[in-house]
Ligand binder design. Structure first.
Ligand code: G6P
Length: 366
């Protein structure tokens, strides 16, 4: 069926709004009330997971950012070493493949030339290959040993949105599969699965910030540079926010792990460079707050996405209040406001939101 925009002005906005629903579709049949249903990964998956000692993730663009978040999860929850690299680097260098490596590609289209070439190059050196992919029957799905579909439905906007959040859901399921084998307790598994059951509603709450984020977008439309900050698994979320802004609004945006600010980007901070921070209430919040003070002290204008009452708005510091989110879901839910921000900035600037200049939805040639 041909995708239609319906009531929405752009496919991108429609796809942002679809996230609660498509995340449900990604979870459908893959979790019970308390457990991962491992059969979701297909025949032979369990035996492969039993032998997996490390994970090599390869992807491009937005899918690469999903992989970066998965690294935090795999090492934290499953205690499995994980390396993440963009396909166009990995395929052209001599790389070491440790024994019992599970090779994981992440791709919306399943046709990205560099990702596919990396898979072909490495196939006989790895334990097995798994792809997390959105297009059934695509090249990556056909050529990988295992696949887990993201079920996001057709994504038309060049700037990826619902593919990313469903990739994160799939990656969390994958993390659970490996974590079970390295001592994850049933109680902890039930806790994470319980959080996943809440995810569609939390995404809905995040989407409802639309109008408020639209008003915030005015502070960006006339600017030439923006800095995005996060820590831990929210650092790749900041990278994804910066990528979205670059792709569709053509504003230069850069993401930094907030702890690195003092090693360079602080020199750039002034009133003309808005600084966006994703600041959920986790163990790193106090560290992040100190980083935000470093920005404020230098006259930077801050836009902070934070949980209830953890950061006080003040002159030069605007707080966008996020729903309270279980920590494991923070990277997924905090992505949504950044998608909306880039969308509204692009609309204000009058760019071609769904078809940004110089970019393609799927890069099937080198
Ligand atoms: C292009 C698209 C991006 C996408 C990237 C990787 O650059 O514009 O939105 O993230 O390719 O594509 P894939 O289909 O492999 O996820």
């Amino acid at each position: 069926s041909v995708a239609e925009k319906g009531e929405f002005r752009h496919f991108m906005l429609k796809e942002i709004y679809e996230q609660p629903e498509v995340v449900k579709a990604t979870l459908q049949g893959r979790i019970s009330a308390t457990k991962l249903l491992e059969q979701a990964f297909g025949n032979g998956a369990s035996a492969i997971f039993d032998q997996t000692k490390q994970v090599q993730i390869i992807a491009c663009g937005t899918s690469y950012h999903a992989g970066m978040i998965a690294k935090y999860w795999l090492e934290d929850i499953a205690g499995i070493p994980c390396a993440v690299e963009v396909a166009s680097e990995y395929r052209y260098r001599k790389h070491v493949v440790p024994e019992n490596t599970l090779f994981l590609t992440i791709s919306q289209s399943g046709e990205t030339a560099d990702t596919l070439a990396a898979l072909r190059e490495v196939q006989d050196k790895v334990l097995a290959s798994l792809t997390i992919c959105n297009v059934p029957g695509s090249s990556l799905v056909r050529e990988s040993d295992l696949s887990l579909m993201t079920n996001a439905g057709p994504e038309i906007g060049v700037a990826s949105t619902k593919a990313f959040t469903t990739q994160l859901v799939a990656l969390l399921l994958f993390t659970l599969a490996l974590a079970r084998r390295s001592g994850l307790s049933e109680a902890r598994e039930a806790e994470i699965v319980g959080a996943l059951h809440q995810l569609p509603e939390l995404l809905l709450a995040a989407v409802k910030l639309d109008a408020s984020i639209e008003s915030l977008s005015r502070a960006f439309a006339e600017k030439n540079h923006t800095l995005f900050l996060g820590r831990g698994p929210l650092y790749p979320v900041a990278m994804e926010g910066a990528l979205k802004l670059k792709e569709i609004s053509y504003i230069h945006a850069e993401a930094y792990p907030a702890g690195e600010l003092k090693h360079g980007p602080l020199a750039l901070v002034d009133k003309d460079m808005p600084v966006v921070a994703v600041a959920p209430n986790n163990a790193l919040l106090d560290k992040l707050k100190a980083n935000l003070q470093e920005v404020k002290a230098r006259g930077g204008e801050l836009f902070v996405f934070a949980g209830a009452d953890h950061i006080k708005p003040e002159e030069g510091l605007r707080v966008e209040q996020m729903p309270d989110v279980p920590e494991i879901l923070e990277p997924i839910v905090y992505t949504v406001p950044l998608q909306l921000l880039s969308y509204h900035v692009a609309v204000l600037k009058g760019t071609d939101v769904d078809q940004p200049r110089n970019l393609a939805k799927s890069v099937t040639v080198e």
